[in-house]
Ligand binder design. Structure first.
Ligand SMILES: *[C@@H]1O[C@H](CO)[C@@H](O)[C@H](O)[C@H]1NC(C)=O
Ligand SMILES: *[C@@H]1O[C@H](CO)[C@@H](O)[C@H](O)[C@H]1NC(C)=O
Ligand SMILES: *[C@@H]1O[C@H](CO)[C@@H](O)[C@H](O)[C@H]1NC(C)=O
Ligand SMILES: *[C@@H]1O[C@H](CO)[C@@H](O)[C@H](O)[C@H]1NC(C)=O
Ligand SMILES: *[C@@H]1O[C@H](CO)[C@@H](O)[C@H](O)[C@H]1NC(C)=O
Ligand SMILES: *[C@@H]1O[C@H](CO)[C@@H](O)[C@H](O)[C@H]1NC(C)=O
Length: 765
């Protein structure tokens, strides 16, 4: 078809006019979540929805509500221009108008990290467990698989008010007594991106990505024998709480997870009657009163629902956490004791071990030419094996060295394969150190650490005709040391409230085997036509549902425990040393990790069942915490939906929140008036609740620094009955250190049977 010049100019004019009108109406509109002060509804309204509608109509004739919220927040979401927002903010009863925030999944979409989950039966199946419901906010769910087999499960719990929403390729019969509910939330996403393309993703709870099926089955999947990914990690795949029920809330789409959709899902999950909310997503780190997810989680906590979230994959950089509100359980990631070795043998006879989940035809074993991608590409970033960057004539028949970073690891393999390469050696650079993550690559490959990678590259540039071969080594168990903190796991200190130690704890998040979607292959790439029932991936996305499922087990064992009590049990029984006494290592450095990396330590579910004592916290405790943050009455209202005024005569302290761990900021020489040699004193009060038999607990402390003296009063606490509470104070007297110095200590209470452990992180700021 040919256009005349006139036609083209007409087209341009039309486009211009169209665009101008459209721009005014749409382009400048963005989605906002509007928080309303429901308790102060003007008397002229009978119904709060009527009131919301009238408030919206007063600033915009055209704006339609995307959602109204009535449980975790009061209000609605809609599309508004900046001018409309300004007008709306001036209306009575508006607490805040918060812009939409896009969250992301805490795993790289293309199955990055691969591995397997510990699967011993930790707890005997119980009636009570099948009464617990885990709500998973994620990419949806793939129904009908063995991991959702409901054999042996009784009727759905009586209080359940959820539903199985019908949509594309998802019917009411997609749910059963295991997967008891499924919903999808796309209005915020569609308002931003236009209607969902049904060819690309299902407008229904169906999971086209795999992430949601993986996390849901990790938390509470039924046990499936003989599970594996291409024979790797063979064994029984099971969720942590095999008897608990799953409810899936699809909030993440190809373009991300939108806060207006997430809050709508939390709102429904709370109303539906879930007991645990599992969210392997993050983003939008901000003050709690502006953080829609923190606000939603507060409300869930208030109703006895534990909210477990991934800490993020921003490690090993410090301060890289997300989901840090103290009423959220924030989960980092460690490795398992399992590995998938692959061996690289060089022409000089040297042998290096990496990892791989390749399952196709192996290389013959004879040496083939080895090249570095940077030398066989026509771009300056050739080392990364980006799509279209390799010159086929220089790659064909060779093994190619590609550096990690820049694009998905599985894509690098595909790029090498498409260019005619025979194999790939994926080499870590500084960012990843010695952390190895295995992938279901489509060609023979080995992912190696930085040390091995550098040696292989050295050989390559020193030998005029470098050669290599790659062989897979199957699945190895009993790897020591394990766990180690994953390099990607986000690290403290807490960027929002340094006085609260985060992450709370770590759980397995590297090379985790769980169920997968039927919609896409294990690499998540369009071009990967393979179908697998189980996949091995990594991320704090994978560690979070481990803790969600374990929280469900604790809820079943102790239905009366609050979310804070369950979190405390998981934290104070977590371990931070190996059997030989050495501290859990950090794979990013190869050295001992710290509470900024692992929080209280690695989860130990059997110990958590019987913690002896817990640090409980009520809504009032969190309100006191918000007072200590100097939140105004309206900020507190926004965060909690409560009318609460801090008592002006009362001294609130962040460190006094009854938290199971301690983060203690201390003064440096420059910040204190007296100069060098000065000491600062910080005193915290904590209250322990007895959840075991009558017993007397004695305190003990250990510290790696002489610079802080710790004094606990009293040193012994006697509990004579269940749920009895006893308080103690701990006084830290520290001499000044240079700014940026950190040090760590432990405080533990023991009755000889239980050990109630709290990490302490000191930082001189
Ligand atoms: C629809 O569901 C069936 C049965 O679960 C599945 O086999 C099929 O792949 C699904 N189709 C799409 C397009 O998701
Ligand atoms: C390389 O190391 C692996 C594991 O130690 C071993 O199985 C293999 O035989 C070695 N290959 C060579 C050529 O030494
Ligand atoms: C680089 O090489 C690729 C593959 O041969 C080719 O498609 C591309 O056009 C080349 N780009 C440049 C800038 O030479
Ligand atoms: C590379 O890009 C092309 C064109 O966008 C696409 O068709 C192909 O699938 C991509 N290859 C990989 C390995 O991602
Ligand atoms: C290939 O790359 C390596 C590492 O970047 C370099 O040392 C070597 O000189 C390059 N070789 C050629 C032939 O360009
Ligand atoms: C709150 O205000 C008090 C008094 O001004 C101040 O000392 C304290 O540092 C503030 N706390 C925070 C968390 O900003």
């Amino acid at each position: 078809m040919k256009f005349s010049l006139l036609q083209i100019s007409l087209l341009l004019v039309f486009c211009y006019v169209y665009a101008a009108v459209e721009e005014k109406n749409q382009q400048f509109k963005k989605t906002y979540v509007i928080h309303m002060d429901r308790s102060n509804m003007p008397a002229s309204f009978d119904d709060h929805f009527q009131w919301y509608d009238s408030s919206l109509k007063s600033v915009s004739d055209s704006a339609a509500m995307l959602y109204t919220y009535s449980n975790v927040i009061h209000g609605f979401s809609t599309r508004l221009t900046v001018e409309e927002v300004e007008l709306l903010e001036k209306q009575p009863g508006i607490l805040a108008v918060l812009p939409e925030v896009i969250y992301e999944l805490h795993t790289t979409r293309t199955p990055e990290f691969l591995g397997l989950g510990k699967s011993e039966a930790l707890f005997p199946a119980s009636e009570a467990e099948s009464e617990v419901i885990v709500g998973v906010l994620d990419t949806g769910v793939w129904p009908g698989i063995k991991s959702f087999d409901d054999t042996g499960l009784g009727p759905v719990p009586k209080g359940w008010k959820g539903t199985c929403e019908v949509g594309k390729n998802f019917s009411s019969s997609s749910c059963n007594k295991k997967l008891i509910g499924a919903r999808f939330f796309s209005k915020g996403y569609e308002a931003a991106f236009g209607p969902i393309e049904e060819a690309a993703e299902s407008k229904s709870p169906r999971d086209d990505d795999g992430h949601g099926t993986h996390t849901a089955t990790t938390a509470a999947g039924s046990a499936v024998s003989g599970a594996s990914l291409f024979g790797y990690a063979t064994g029984k795949a099971r969720g942590m709480a095999t008897q608990a029920r799953v409810a899936a809330y699809k909030v993440c789409w190809l373009g991300g997870c939108f806060s207006s959709d997430i809050v709508a899902a939390m709102d429904k999950a709370v109303a539906d009657g879930v007991n645990v909310i599992s969210m392997s997503i993050g983003g939008g780190l901000t003050d709690y009163y502006r953080d829609t997810v923190a606000i939603g989680a507060f409300s869930a906590m208030e109703q006895g629902i534990l909210v477990s979230c991934s800490a993020g994959n921003g490690g090993p950089y410090s301060g890289s956490l997300s989901n840090v509100a103290p009423w959220i359980t924030t989960v980092g990631a460690g490795t398992l004791d399992r590995d998938f070795p692959a061996y690289v043998t060089l022409g000089n006879g040297k042998n290096f071990t990496g990892v791989s989940l390749y399952s196709g035809k192996p290389l013959s074993g004879s040496l083939v030419p080895l090249v570095h991608a940077a030398n066989v590409s026509n771009t300056t970033t050739g080392n990364l094996c980006l799509n279209g960057s390799l010159i086929p004539a220089k790659v064909a028949g060779k093994i190619v060295i590609c550096d990690r970073g820049g694009n998905a690891r599985a894509q690098k393999g595909m790029v090498v394969k498409d260019a005619g390469g025979l194999g790939m050696i994926l080499t870590n650079t500084d960012d990843f150190g010695e952390e190895l993550v295995a992938d279901a690559q489509l060609l023979p490959s080995a992912a190696v650490g930085q040390i091995a990678g550098d040696m292989i590259k050295k050989y390559l540039s020193s030998d005029p005709k470098p050669t290599a071969t790659i062989a897979s080594g199957g699945t190895h168990l009993g790897i020591r040391p394990s766990p180690v903190v994953a390099a990607f796991s986000s690290r403290g200190p807490n960027p929002i409230t340094p006085e609260i130690l985060k992450p709370d704890l770590i759980a397995p998040g590297v090379n985790i085997l769980a169920a997968w979607t039927g919609a896409i292959g294990p690499t998540g790439m369009e071009s990967d036509a393979r179908h697998v029932d189980f996949n091995i991936i990594s991320g704090t996305s994978m560690s979070c549902p481990h803790v969600s499922g374990l929280a469900a087990l604790l809820k079943a064992a102790h239905p009366e425990w609050s979310p804070a009590a369950i979190k405390s049990a998981l934290m104070t029984t977590a371990y931070s040393t190996y059997e030989n006494g050495g501290t859990i290592l950090d794979v990013a450095t190869g050295h001992a990790s710290t509470p900024f990396d692992y929080g209280a330590g690695h989860v130990d579910p059997v110990a958590a069942l019987d913690p002896g004592l817990v640090y409980d916290a009520t809504v009032d405790d969190y309100l006191g915490f918000l007072c200590a943050l100097n939140y105004s009455t309206s900020q507190i209202k926004l965060a909690t939906k409560r009318d609460f005024t801090c008592v002006s005569s009362k001294v609130y302290s962040l460190g006094n929140l009854n938290y199971p761990s301690f983060a203690v900021p201390l003064e440096t020489a420059s910040s204190s008036k007296g100069g060098a040699g000065v000491t600062s004193t910080v005193k915290y009060t904590r209250t322990l609740t007895n959840v075991g038999a009558s017993a007397t607990y004695k305190v003990s402390m250990s510290s790696e620094t002489q610079s802080v003296k710790m004094l606990v009063e009293p040193e012994s606490l006697s509990f004579s009955g269940p749920y009895e509470k006893k308080s103690y104070t701990v006084t830290f007297t520290a001499s000044s250190k240079p700014s940026g110095t950190t040090s760590f200590a432990r405080l533990q209470w023991s009755d000889g049977k239980h050990v109630v452990n709290s990490p302490i992180a000191f930082s001189w700021t």
